[in-house]
Design a binder for this molecule. Structure first.
Ligand code: F6P
Length: 404
């Protein structure tokens, strides 16, 4: 009997179901004596032994379905070694579930944080195979992640739709694109949608350059400008701040996100009306595009092949268009950024896209700092969330005391 545990962890994306289908179909193509245990809501299901037994039928008809049939949740890697509110050791609990069910392996679908925990479970002696899921395409060790092309499709469609209304008005439009700390989605959607300015975290921007581009377009008779802005985009000044200084700045920031800060700066510098569109989670929703269906089926089938050969401790990735096994210890904890000197950036510049920098700017130093400040931003967001949760809890207990 082959017993496989499966879970999807972190933010969802398109093609999670297609990837699981690939694994299950691949395994059942070779043997029948297989039990599949689907853990509910990612690592949470593994920690609290919340699972359902699934058959191959459960994976039928889900190739095109968005989301994940297993549910998902964010279980930060940082918190994995911290006992839960009842003192439960989460790592021991996950190992206990694994052994209790006599699993032969765990198939884990996830992004960066998920891979850190997957690698830890490997170090703890569990058999693990992972699949590269994230719209951000920022996983180290693979050229591609599933969800990415679908997200680019949605973001591009948003830019296309803005284009038609932009041509009717003399306005500046900002489309804020997801991608966490990296700019892959923004870069691709920006080029595909014909954005005039593309701002990504890997190339810190200068607001004066942005204003010059907008004014230059106006002078050339083009009264509108479209900016594709990564949610993690950062100015040159901010990129130079220390992590602590930037954290302090963010704590005081009055804007909900970078697009709003930029809009105010652009209006001030150019006198033009600015509009903001944030497609947000629509970029992760809906059906996967054909590329993602094919790619996720391939990595799923490759994972099945590896399970059938008891080859564990790897992420299935893609290199030069071929599926490959990448050791988990090489993947965990590393991000794949856009290389500001890559040919794609160079070619984008040649077709007239501005990255908000000046020719000859040496971004290397700023990039290092930008990575730091993005981490600071994540910390601040988390602290704010924790503070709010504490406050809500306090108010709830006050209320229930009053009611009593
Ligand atoms: O990692 C995928 C992603 O969509 C990022 O692009 C984005 O920053 C983040 O997740 C949003 O997370 P959540 O769904 O928890 O708001």
């Amino acid at each position: 009997m082959l017993r496989i545990g499966m879970l999807t962890s972190g933010g969802d994306c398109q093609a999670l179901n297609a990837a699981m289908r690939g694994v299950v179909k691949g395994i059942f193509s070779a043997r029948d004596d297989v039990e599949i245990y689907g853990f509910q809501d990612g690592y949470r299901g593994l920690i609290y032994s919340d699972f359902k037994m699934l058959t191959s039928r459960d994976f039928s008809g889900i190739l095109t379905r968005g989301g994940t049939i297993l549910g998902t949740s964010r279980q930060p890697f940082k918190m994995m070694r911290v006992p839960d509110e009842n003192g439960l050791d989460k790592v021991e609990a996950m190992k206990h579930t694994y052994h209790k069910l006599s699993l032969d392996c765990l198939v884990i679908l996830g992004g960066n944080g998920t891979h850190k925990t997957a690698n830890m479970l490997r170090e703890e002696g569990l058999n693990v195979i992972t699949l590269p899921k994230t719209i951000d395409n920022d996983l180290w060790g693979t050229e591609m992640t599933f969800g990415f092309q679908s997200a680019v499709d949605v973001a591009t469609d948003t830019i296309d739709r803005i284009h038609t209304t932009a041509t009717s008005h003399s306005r500046v439009f900002i489309i804020e694109v997801m991608g966490h700390k990296v700019g892959h989605v923004t870069l691709h959607a920006g080029i595909a949608g014909g954005a005039d300015i593309v701002l990504i975290p890997e190339i810190p921007y200068d607001i004066d350059v942005i204003a010059d581009v907008i004014q230059g377009r106006s002078a050339a008779g083009k009264s509108f400008t479209i900016l594709a802005v990564a949610e993690g985009a950062i100015s040159r000044e901010d990129a130079k701040l220390s992590k602590k200084e930037y954290k302090e700045k963010l704590a005081k920031r009055k804007y909900p996100s970078i697009a709003y800060e930029l809009a105010e700066q652009i209006e001030k510098a150019t006198g033009k009306e600015v509009r903001i569109t944030v497609p947000g989670h629509t970029q992760r929703g809906g059906s996967p595009v054909p590329y993602d269906r094919v790619f996720s089926s391939r990595v799923g089938a490759k994972a099945a092949d590896m399970i059938l050969n008891s080859q564990y401790g790897y992420m299935v990735g893609m290199k030069n268009g071929e599926t490959v096994a990448v050791p988990l210890e090489e993947v965990a904890g590393k991000l794949k950024f856009v290389d500001p000197k890559c040919s794609l950036i160079k070619e984008a510049r040649m077709v007239g896209i501005s990255f908000g920098d000046r020719e000859g700017d040496e971004p290397a130093e700023e990039i290092a700092a930008a990575e730091d400040v993005r981490a600071a931003e994540a910390d601040t967001k988390k602290e704010k969330k924790e503070k709010k949760a504490k406050k809500d809890k306090k108010e709830k207990s006050k209320k229930s005391k009053k009611e009593k």
